[in-house]
Design a protein around this ligand. Structure first.
Ligand SMILES: [Zn+2]
Length: 320
């Protein structure tokens, strides 16, 4: 009986792997530094680590339903083709599904990491039992996924969900994607921090300056959170601005998609208490009444394990 699944989460820093049962319970874990391997070497690293996890529990290949892999980047889910990896710029148009299947002999599914996380959240997390869900992650980039009527929606090129590249200002700053005024160009980690450094350079008063001993390059989201916790008005305002920007993009999403729930995860979502209020306020104030009333904004629940749990869920769903 195939009663186990391997979930893989290829992250910017660490690649995490887990062996799970069909109820999403983690039985064993492993991880390696993503950057320690170059391009093709990652295929072998994932394959070896998966074999290690399976052997560790005394299992055989025949016990394994498949391998699910979430990667940061644009993915053609049907072919298991990664157009590009956000964290491995030189590796493009990679048929990762085929490569892993060849290396492991196990059925493999590959998708964008936020789509994978969304599957985990609707199965076991903040979106349990919900069928109209928008998922969003806040970090270096801003990712998204949409589930409508219980199904993951992928679009014409299978890359739907790029919520970070919804423009919120048509005359806005250039964005990494080639567009301008995208949400990510305001709330993506580096853009957010650059904007803070600029304001401090031009004389804004804040505790943050003291906390980093005037070395503005040391400012990190964690420091902005600490400063806000200590009551620093500047830090609180910057978080609130972030919430308002996110809320503005979400007003469009809420009006257009009519989701019942918006789940927000990723490292920067840890600043929930300083961001979510402004997000909810902006939606309440500006979204159309019927859609605005229907939607709840919640923090993702599965935390660090979301990637591997979601990857396992993807395998289960894909084979059902
Ligand atoms: Zn963009």
């Amino acid at each position: 009986m195939k009663r186990y699944v391997v979930g893989v989460d290829v992250g910017g820093t660490h690649t995490k792997l887990a062996l799970l049962d069909l109820r999403g319970r983690i039985l064993a874990k492993d991880s390696f530094l993503t950057r320690a391997y170059k391009k093709e070497e990652i295929v072998k690293a994932i394959s070896d680590a998966s074999a290690g996890l399976i052997a560790k529990r005394g299992l055989k290949k025949k016990d394994i339903l498949g391998i699910g892999i979430g990667v940061p980047g644009l993915v053609d889910f049907k072919k298991g083709l990664v157009f590009y990896f956000v964290n491995i710029p030189a590796w493009k148009d990679v048929p990762l599904k085929k490569k892993i299947e060849k290396a492991t002999g196990l059925t493999t599914f590959v998708d964008n990491d936020v789509k994978v996380m969304a599957l985990g959240e609707i199965a076991y997390g903040a979106g349990k039992g919900r069928s109209n869900v928008i998922c969003m992650t806040l970090g270096t980039g801003v990712g998204g996924a949409l589930i409508i009527d219980g199904k993951m929606r992928r679009g014409a090129s299978l890359v739907a969900g790029e919520i970070g590249h919804i423009p919120i200002n048509e005359n806005g700053a250039r964005c990494n994607c080639g567009g301008a005024g995208c949400l990510e160009a305001y709330v993506g980690r580096e853009y957010f921090l650059d904007n803070i450094r600029r304001e401090l350079k031009s004389g804004a008063k804040s505790l943050v300056r003291v906390m980093v001993k005037n070395r503005l390059s040391r400012i990190q989201p964690e420091i902005m959170m600490d400063a806000a916790l200590k009551g620093d008005a500047f830090a609180k305002r910057k978080w609130e601005e972030m919430g308002t920007h996110i809320g503005s993009a979400l007003v469009g999403v809420v009006n257009f998609i009519n989701p019942g729930i918006i789940i927000i995860g990723g490292g920067i979502a840890e600043a929930e208490r300083f961001i979510f209020g402004a997000i909810r306020k902006t939606i309440a104030k500006r979204a159309m009444k019927v859609q605005g009333k229907a939607v709840k904004v919640l923090k993702a629940k599965l935390g660090n394990d979301a990637g591997v749990i979601g990857a396992a869920e993807m395998v289960k769903r894909s084979l059902q």
